[in-house]
Design a protein around this ligand. Structure first.
Ligand code: BGC
Length: 369
């Protein structure tokens, strides 16, 4: 009887021990993760590039990290955040697929006491975002537009407008920045908008409200999808008259969409010349720029963004308060932010900005002078 009791006690102790060990491995034991990183999709080189830059920066970190991709799905993104919370993360660095839909994922993180850093894209309408690391997105749009203005000759230059996804706060900032520069040049007759009745209707207003921006973006969105961009460009050129062709200007929001829009314009024999913008300095677009198939890109040095995000995460883990340089209103709170400048790259400065700075190697391109 006594023996049996002892046996049971031993069993009970074993079970408790097993429970403690299990608790440790999902909470703070050997397989735990300090910093969780969630990126939106592997389908765009931009974010695969960020993953690589994170890996390069993390080589010597004393803190453990894990990077997960959400494949363009808010549901997958939420699952990713939950998986990382189960691994006991203390800091979450996240680029939302959809800025508003991501609120519930970061609220779950906040409930667990996790510090949330929005990376490149702001998460909107929630107080569960602690910090935001970003490029100057208004300046991205302004630089794209300025490039088109600087290269436009004569008057009534046909202007084709494209934008990012309306679920991405950045798409609003890029377009707002571009519109401020383009609008006076539309009003003075330098440009004539071809493909957006909503933009045409607002051509006398230089300051657009979020609703007005939303109306234009809704009409000319690419959804950050190269195929959607291509289909839209084809539809626009099919509908365009001869006077809307010839030498044209195209505002394309990023490199992925720029390359597919450029291909459509290049294959139309009634287009004699086009200037087209981009952003991200994706390798494929640098080759397009060297080959004169894309005019420019806005270089956002991801190494700096990664350094800022990880620097903040480490400060939090070390018990310090991260330094910030400004703030962004996300609709619910002012999110403390650290912002980085952007650089315009065209064929004249690929070498100095991207090769000399060791962002890329010359051998990755052909025809580089
Ligand atoms: C980023 C861009 C990117 C786009 C599409 C934006 O939020 O700032 O760099 O090209 O999303 O992924």
């Amino acid at each position: 009887m006594i023996k049996k009791f002892k046996g049971l006690t031993f069993l009970a102790i074993l079970m408790v021990f097993a429970l403690v060990v299990a608790g440790c491995s999902s909470g703070g034991g050997s397989s735990s993760v300090d910093v969780g990183i969630v990126l939106p999709t592997k389908d765009e080189p931009r974010w695969v590039q960020d993953e690589q830059r994170f890996k390069d920066a993390l080589k010597d970190s004393k803190y453990s990290t894990e990077i997960l991709f959400s494949q363009g799905s808010s549901a997958k993104e939420k699952e990713n955040v939950e998986a990382l919370l189960n691994k006991g993360i203390k800091v979450l660095i996240i680029t939302p697929h959809d800025g508003a839909a991501a609120a519930s994922a970061v609220e779950a993180a906040k409930k667990e006491g996790v510090t949330v850093i929005a990376y490149d894209r702001l998460i909107t309408d929630t107080d569960a975002v602690d910090y935001y690391v970003t490029f100057d997105s208004l300046a991205v749009g302004a630089a794209q537009a300025q490039y088109l203005v600087d290269n436009a000759e004569g008057s009534d230059v046909p202007l084709y407008l494209y934008a990012g996804a309306a679920s991405d706060n950045n798409a609003f900032l890029f377009f707002e920045g571009a519109w401020k520069v383009l609008q006076p040049k539309i009003a003075d007759g330098t440009f004539k908008i071809v493909n957006s009745s909503e933009a045409e209707a607002l051509k006398d207003s230089s300051d657009l409200s979020r609703d007005q921006l939303g109306k234009i973006i809704g009409q000319i969105t690419t959804n950050w999808d190269a195929n959607e961009a291509k289909n839209k460009a084809q539809t626009h050129l099919t509908a365009a008259s001869d006077s809307q062709k010839g030498d044209v200007s195209i505002l394309a929001p990023n490199d992925g969409t720029a390359r597919s829009i450029a291909d459509v314009f290049a294959s139309d024999s009634a287009i004699s010349n086009y200037f087209i913008t981009g952003q991200d300095a994706e390798k494929a677009s640098i080759q397009y720029i060297i080959d004169e198939k894309q005019s420019m890109t806005v270089f956002k040095d991801v190494r700096t963004l990664v350094k800022d995000a990880m620097g903040m995460a480490v400060e939090v883990l070390d018990g310090e308060t991260p330094t910030t340089t400004g703030s962004y209103d996300n609709g619910a709170v002012e999110v403390k932010a650290k912002q980085t400048d952007v650089i315009v790259v065209d064929k004249d400065n690929v070498q100095s900005e991207l090769i000399d700075s060791k962002y890329y190697e010359a051998s990755e391109f052909t025809g580089l002078k």
